[in-house]
Design a protein. Structure first.
Length: 322
DNA sequence: GTTCAGGTGAGCC
DNA sequence: GGCTCACCTGAA
């Protein structure tokens, strides 16, 4: 089945949006489990040919599935969810016309043609993933998320193979934090050097307690459920209250997770890029850069951030700015 | 072996 | 309120 919207799937997957790690990649097909009406569905997405920049998808229900037949879930439900995750209704042509009006933004459109938001398939996953991304590299972050899924996610068999879901808040809030916790927790029945099923063993470092606490809050907090209906400012304050969530991570959760396109996630790289383009020779604080981006780009702030960041990454501007 | 990059939170003023 | 520094890991 096919979507006709312009999209570069490889670019979306590798763009480091913290709502989720890149989907599994085999033979140019990206695969992951999404949930439609609480039923796990394996989705494969791929480009028919590299030049077309349109996207195909197919799906599978799990093996031995008794209660989940395609009768309960319409193909249209699945299509709508895939379309939502890749933000396919966003009008890229209109956005490119907007970019072409600013000579500083214009080059990024060509470099990142077909780049779209990679929205959360699961809100909890986007919170934990974003917290794990703070002060981290994309490579290390991706490895950590993959380990978390393999250690605590549900293993589900599909016709084309075994996949792991992202673990639930109930599971993640009670996992061991580090080697010592695991050693003590299992009654010292194993050597401490052999402890491998704790959060720090996934390489998340000091973020482990933040991730556990946020998982616990997720099992009780009700405010979080209201975020999709909130205005941006209120949503920002709500998300900021969580441990391990500062302004940067909050904006990542709101933009990549929930699709608040007025968010302008600002880290040192965006600060360097914005300073280089709009305030040459000056040192603008990250906080000021965030204000500047939201004020100047308005409803397009999130997409502009996405495009500037990846243009800088791909064009070698980042190395130059460092 | 050492140094460094990368956001957040705690402790301090 | 603002400022400084520790936090963990892996790459250089």
């Amino acid at each position: 089945m096919k979507f006709n919207s312009l999209i570069d799937m490889g670019l979306v997957q590798e763009s480091g949006q913290t709502s989720q790690a890149p989907w599994g990649l085999i033979n140019n097909i990206y695969s992951d489990i999404i949930f439609v009406k609480n039923t796990p569905i394996l989705v494969n997405v791929f480009q028919e040919d590299i030049n077309s920049l349109s996207m195909n998808y197919e799906f599978q229900l799990k093996d031995n599935s008794v209660n989940a037949s395609i009768d309960d879930i319409s193909e249209n439900d699945i299509k709508k969810e895939v379309s939502r995750i890749f933000d396919l209704d966003f009008d890229l042509d209109k956005f490119y016309r907007y970019l072409s009006n600013d000579s500083k933004l214009k080059p990024s459109a060509k470099f990142c043609r077909g780049l779209r938001l990679f929205l959360a398939k699961d809100y909890f996953e986007s919170f934990v993933s974003s917290i794990a991304s703070a002060n981290n590299s994309i490579i290390r972050w991706t490895k950590s998320i993959s380990k978390i899924r393999q250690k605590w996610g549900n293993e589900i068999q599909f016709p084309s193979g075994t996949f792991y879901t992202f673990p639930s808040p109930e599971i993640l809030k009670s996992v061991y934090e580090d080697d010592l916790g695991e050693y003590e927790g299992c009654g010292r029945t194993i050597e401490i050097e052999c402890c491998i099923k704790n959060l720090k063993s996934c390489g998340v470092g000091y973020r482990a307690p933040y991730m556990k606490k946020t998982s616990e809050i997720f099992t009780i907090e009700t405010d979080i459920q209201e975020i999709p209906t909130m205005k941006y400012e209120e949503a920002f304050e709500t998300v900021l209250d969580l441990p391990g969530v500062g302004p940067k991570v909050a904006d990542c959760i709101l933009l990549y997770g929930f699709g608040f396109r007025e968010a302008f996630p600002s880290d040192v790289w965006i600060k360097r890029i914005i300073s280089y383009l709009y305030f040459p020779g000056k040192d603008i604080s990250v906080d000021k850069v965030r204000e500047f981006g939201m004020e100047k780009f308005g409803a397009y702030a999130g997409y502009v951030q996405l495009y500037l960041f990846h243009h800088a990454r791909k064009s070698g501007l980042m190395k130059k700015l460092k």
